[in-house]
Design a binder for this molecule. Sequence first.
Ligand code: SAH
Length: 399
Amino acid sequence: MTDVIISSGRERSLRRQHPWLLSGAVASEPGEAHAGAWVRVVSKGGEVLGYGHYSPKSSIRVRLLAFGKEDPGEQLLEQRLEAALARRREHPLLRETDAMRLVNAEGDGLPGLVVDRLGDVVVLKFLTAGMHARADRIAQKIQALVDAPHGYRRRDDSSARREGIPPDEGTLWGSPPSEGLIEEAGRRYAVDFMHGQKTGFYLDQRDARQLVMGLAAGRRTLDVFSYTGSFAVAAGVGGAASLVLVDSSEAALRIAESNLEMNGLTCPVEIRRSDAFEALRSASAASEKFDLIVLDPPPLARSRRAVQAASRAYKDMLLHGLRCAAPSAFIVVFTCSHHVDPDLFQKIVFGAALDAGRGVRWLRTLGAPADHPFSVHHPEGRYLHGCLLEVEAGAEQSA
Ligand code: SAH
């Protein structure tokens, strides 16, 4: 058995079952020839604390899959895959869709592995040296467990760089079409699973889409950072009076257009290809008003150091959103940076409301749905924070 020894006094987070052993806490390790190996993690005093996958080039040197003395053996991987799939089969919170996350990395006890089902296509991402080394085994097991005709391996350049693994991509089984098609609660979406963001669709916003669909009737709706229009379609199907979509990506907006068409929407639609911050500013300068506004930006804080600047950007975004809000408007707003925690998020919302001079009520806290669980031992897995706001009925005060 290959051992990774922890520096003395650095085993605390492991004892709390946090699944990451960071490079700064390692006293001795096997080295690059063992990339991806199943290793035993041992304290300086010789106590065995757990088992996991070794990543010699990553700042996260070991991702633990099991804690304690007993070696559960490599077949733990297959057991975890079976358990992840079993949890989702017929899950009461996930019934109405053929588009869901089947494996959510640490949240399913499988750090470094993401598996999304998008209609007929299953998309796998191997994000660590350990999962990369076991890609064939995993693909075989998923193919056996999931009744889907096509499997596709999606590259992820940033994790490949961090882990020192090749950014492989391509067909795993079947012959994936160039574009996928999914259905979610009766809404249909085209998905570019080969080149799109994430694995082509924001599965993690399913619950929020449902909420938006239920709120949209008769409302002039603004979908900012629309990507392929997942919220706009939901609002349209829910009876929105009109739709304005804003995104900077031409490719995403092209798919958005066909998604709107595919769902037979008849309300007036306007697609604005623009920087979202500029679009919000000019909408508020032009006194445009909306009754339902979705603000779903990309992660603006990719590191702890970026949090302050990102907080300002989030606040600016919401401030301008509020300036475009009609009396009694609903605003659905998110951050998907795990560095922005729920407290900070609430402060940002508060600050924006104060600057906008609007009374705002927080109606509901929003987050990722049941197929994106996070382990309570791994708070970093909780990245999506959102809320549904209701703007006061009275007109804007001129502050
Ligand atoms: N709401 C979407 C997901 C948003 S992802 C959904 O439910 O599917 C973030 C989107 O923001 C991406 O489509 C990206 O193209 C866009 N984006 C990133 N920076 C932007 C900017 N400064 N202005 C406008 N769009 C931007």
